[in-house]
Design a protein around this ligand. Structure first.
Ligand code: AMP
Length: 477
């Protein structure tokens, strides 16, 4: 999973892109980078947080009139600096690209690129694969008289051959700025604009919150299969390319996106409030009467407070969180993850002592966090602990860019709800029901593959096995 930003239309945009990246930092902390263009490409990227990568760096050195930014949370590929984005290609055309998502048919395409186009991919980074595929097709056009239709036709070839999830942006040297989505529109990308003394400026970002900070007006989301090209005269061209049934990643609302972001005209915070309501109904169904509702900070706040409201039970913050700890989920070994959860969360004793506690988290993947949380609450004196997951049971790995580990480690792919409750030591385990979730998103077709195993892109069992094998052999299993 990653965060991307692109701006086109006025001088000296590098500081703005860098600042924009800090608003997307929650989407990736492994690497950060900015590229701009003003006749030449200028780039700065590296491993770590935006503040680390650009610390002491004179950002003015890489100024330009259009540019791209990226923060990376490595799902596939290494965390080596070589895989940091943006990436730039100088032949046959100056091109720079960033993307958010994950390519499913990486190996097949890599082989094809080599055999048919003699292009050798030396990284395992899928943005390189998208860029090379794009470049190999663009090369066939009359580059001297490149038209917008040529560019859109090229993207269509990419959309036909690259399977998976991708929201991508490309600078085409001296021609313009391109943004496009995969045919299902799995990953988010929004378009905005602002009016300056240099005229209109267009921007794209993974989350609208960036626009709030940078003073842009949110125009709209990029549609499934859509391509938007802004030419050197700031004219906006759009076309729907290869379009399939929309499958927007619902995990963006549940976990990934920031609560102040608007995606598909829905505020993430309001979605989380909505998702808390059916959870309360489940308590009523089981006849459970918690005396207090708490959340696992921070993403579960809106689910928990909304559920509490429905149940007419007080909501309190039951854990203090050490904000200076990294993310436990993406630490490589199980042992390290357990230690990290312990160092990160501390129960606020008097809040939970002697009470039946309902504790809400956004999701349970391996169960490391939830098991630890139940133990912490019991040690702090909770008499009963009901563990609530705002998402349905995660049963299948995400192959579209959300790092959810491998099937082997995903708890709900091997155990039923009762067994999971026992495993984590809860008195009751409560999940959002997939039916309720689907029902709530009747008017926005979502990707729910991690819950249902129904992947929107065609993907064979052999491909899934291959992805699992690669993931197991990587350093992130
Ligand atoms: P686990 O301990 O493996 O069950 O992971 C569940 C915890 O990880 C929950 O507290 C989630 O907030 C968090 N989480 C879920 N999915 C992700 C993800 N893709 N990246 C980082 N954290 C996640």
């Amino acid at each position: 999973m990653c965060g991307i930003i692109g701006i086109s239309g006025y001088e000296n945009i590098a500081p703005e892109i860098m600042n924009g990246l800090t608003t997307l930092q929650h989407r990736g902390q492994d690497s950060a980078g900015v590229v701009t263009f003003n006749g030449n490409f200028h780039m700065k990227k590296g491993n770590g947080l935006v503040s680390n990568v650009f610390k002491g760096y004179d950002i003015e050195k890489i100024n330009g009139y259009c540019g791209l930014g990226h923060v990376r949370y490595a799902t596939f590929g290494s965390t080596d600096e070589v895989d940091a984005q943006p990436i730039v290609l100088n032949y046959p055309f100056g091109l720079a690209m960033v993307h958010n998502g994950n390519v499913v048919n990486f190996n097949q395409l890599k082989k094809r690129l080599y055999e048919e186009n003699h292009r050798l991919l030396e990284t395992s980074n899928d943005v390189a694969l998208i860029l090379y595929t794009f470049a190999a097709e663009l090369e066939k056009k009359d580059l001297k008289h490149l038209t917008v239709d040529d560019i859109f036709d090229t993207v269509e070839v990419v959309q036909k051959s690259v399977k998976g999830a991708y929201s991508a942006m490309t600078i085409i040297a001296n021609r313009g700025f391109l943004a496009f989505s995969d045919p299902h529109g799995i990953r988010p990308l929004v378009m905005g604009r602002k009016f300056t003394d240099q005229g209109v400026v267009y921007a794209f970002t993974s989350e609208s919150t960036t626009f709030d900070y940078l003073g842009y007006e949110l125009i709209r989301d990029i549609e499934p299969g859509e391509m938007i090209f802004i030419d050197s005269n700031k004219r906006v061209h759009t076309r729907i390319g290869v379009k399939k049934k929309q499958a927007f990643c619902v995990f963006e609302y549940i976990y990934f996106a920031r609560e102040d972001t608007i995606m598909h005209n829905r505020l993430v915070a309001s979605e989380r409030v909505r998702l808390g309501v059916p959870l309360a109904k489940t308590f009523e169904k089981y006849g459970l009467n918690p005396e207090i509702v708490i959340d696992v900070p921070s993403s579960a706040y809106f689910f928990a407070s909304s559920m509490a409201e429905e149940l007419n039970v007080p909501y309190r913050r039951g854990f203090a969180k050490n904000p200076h700890m990294g993310r436990s989920f993406i630490t490589p070994t199980q042992e390290q993850r357990e230690i990290m959860v312990k160092q990160k969360l501390n129960p606020i004793r008097d809040i939970v002592k002697g009470k039946k506690v309902a504790v809400v988290d956004d999701s349970v993947v391996r169960g490391t966090t939830s098991k630890r949380i139940v133990k912490l609450l019991r040690d702090a004196g909770a008499t009963e602990v009901y563990f609530v997951s705002a998402s349905p049971p995660i049963k299948s790995p995400c192959i579209y860019g959300i790092d959810m580990s491998v099937k082997k480690e995903i708890l709900a792919s091997h155990y039923d709800v009762e067994e999971i409750g026992k495993f984590i030591g809860a008195d009751k385990m409560i999940y959002q029901s997939l039916e309720d979730l689907k029902d709530m998103y009747k008017d926005l077709p979502i990707c729910h593959a991690c819950f249902s195993g129904e992947y929107p892109t065609t993907v064979s069992k052999a491909m899934l096995d291959e992805i699992e094998k690669e993931k197991l052999s990587s350093n992130r299993s």
